[in-house]
Design a protein around this ligand. Structure first.
Ligand code: COA
Length: 379
């Protein structure tokens, strides 16, 4: 055995590998900053398109900059028929598997796929940002035996996504709620999927490939999958009166409560506030307050955990918002991807602009000096 005398930083926790100007997660006090602006300020006052401009271009747009930027996104939403056919062929796959395959196939329709210059990555990144909702919605329609709905350029990014999913144009409040959901999920420091996208970009691979890496990484239950778990929990609980006994059972079995705890936040996840309010308003509007009441009670019973830094996270309320919007549970991570893809573009741009190949070391703990044995002499 070899014994390399090096300290491991497993999971790269507490390792700073690069600097960024895009997002800042302040875990101990529960703050999230996008290019200097507090997430609460942006969620309350800006549109998703404005925030995408802020993050990709570097500043909040003035009116004409926003008009031009938004118009480019609106005109870029459609996807080639060949990609619709790919989706149709693999329609029985998980929505995230279909999404990553469809994004990968989009590369075949770009003439400058390998151009990693800033302007080319920005242009292609904006196009992928516009196309991802179309892929998610087209797949959902096709697997439900329905025809995909063409994007409507008169609608905002969020409203058009909901329209392409259901066929109904959402009212202003619902569109705004989805808009806020996309804003708060857009970027989040060195999260696992953005880091993975950076690793791919650092080899000077193309933006499509780096985004496919990000989407593939997001799918894991330790990253993008918790919102689905929260709604399953609420459905399991079934009635407000069952909350206490359900949580006691979980505690006795030492099981985790979905939607609580975070690798960085030790205070309430600042993103949760906007979705809690959204869930409350949506429940009121739909005349279906039960799920909001159950989750509020879970939150109340979990308060003592806050002393140990285990607080409510963004997924806790996101799940109920999507459920009340009638979105099936296996699409929850795809909605996260719709929001996070522009975040990948931002981090890929940063990586390419001051690139250094990401190539850490790994300690070898295996055997040494073994002698090769020909196959017919092996037991
Ligand atoms: C997100 C998560 C993986 C972060 O974990 P972490 O910061 O690395 O913390 P650890 O996994 O080391 O847990 C630390 C302690 O808190 C407890 N804990 C963490 N999250 C908990 C939860 N949701 N419910 C109950 N206990 C929890 C652990 O059991 C552990 O207790 P112990 O020290 O007695 O063993 C974890 O909180 C979790 O699994 N949450 C549920 C899933 C979820 O909501 N994920 C979405 C994140 S946005």
């Amino acid at each position: 055995m070899v014994h390399q005398d090096v300290e491991l930083k497993r999971g790269l926790r507490d390792v700073y590998f690069e600097s960024t100007e895009s997002s800042f997660v302040i875990g101990d006090v529960g703050r999230l900053i996008y290019r200097g602006y507090d997430i609460h300020d942006l969620a309350e006052n800006a549109s998703f398109e404005e925030v995408v401009h802020l993050m990709m271009v570097g500043h909040l747009p003035n009116k004409s900059e926003l008009e031009q930027f938004d118009n480019t996104l609106r005109q870029s939403r459609s996807i080639p028929n060949e990609v619709i056919q790919v989706i149709d062929h693999i329609k029985n796959g998980h929505p995230m598997d279909v999404l990553r395959t469809a994004v990968s196939s989009l590369a075949a329709f770009e003439s400058d796929v390998d151009d990693t210059a800033h302007d080319a990555t920005l242009r292609k990144g904006m196009k992928i940002t516009a196309q991802v909702p179309t892929i998610v919605a087209a797949h959902h329609r096709i697997r439900s035996g329905l025809s995909p709905i063409d994007p409507d350029t008169s609608l905002s990014h969020a409203a058009n996504f909901l329209y392409m999913l259901s066929g109904d144009k959402p009212d202003q409040d619902t569109a705004r709620l989805m808009d806020k959901d996309l804003i708060v999920h857009l970027d989040h420091g060195s999260n696992a999927s953005s880091f993975a996208a950076r690793v791919t970009a650092s080899t000077l691979a193309d933006v499509h490939g780096a985004i496919v890496t990000g989407i593939s990484t997001l799918k894991g239950p330790l990253h993008g999958g918790a919102a689905e778990g929260v709604m399953k929990m609420a459905l399991d609980i079934g009635e407000v009166d069952n909350v206490q006994s359900y949580l006691e059972g979980k505690r006795e079995r030492k099981e985790r409560i979905m939607g609580f705890g975070h690798a960085v936040y030790r205070a309430e996840d600042p993103r949760a506030r906007h979705l809690r309010e959204g869930s409350r308003l949506l429940a009121e509007k739909k005349g279906d307050p039960k799920w909001f009441q159950i989750l509020s009670k879970v939150e109340e019973h979990m308060r003592p955990y806050a002393e140990r830094g285990i607080c409510v996270n963004v997924d806790f309320w996101a799940g109920s918002v999507y459920y009340l919007l009638g979105i099936p549970e296996d699409l929850f991570i795809s909605i996260f991807a719709v929001a996070r893809v522009p975040g990948y573009v931002v981090q890929i741009l940063e990586q390419q602009d001051k690139n250094m190949l990401i190539r850490p070391q790994i300690r070898y703990d295996g055997p040494m000096d073994l002698k090769f044995i020909p196959i017919d002499q092996r037991s």
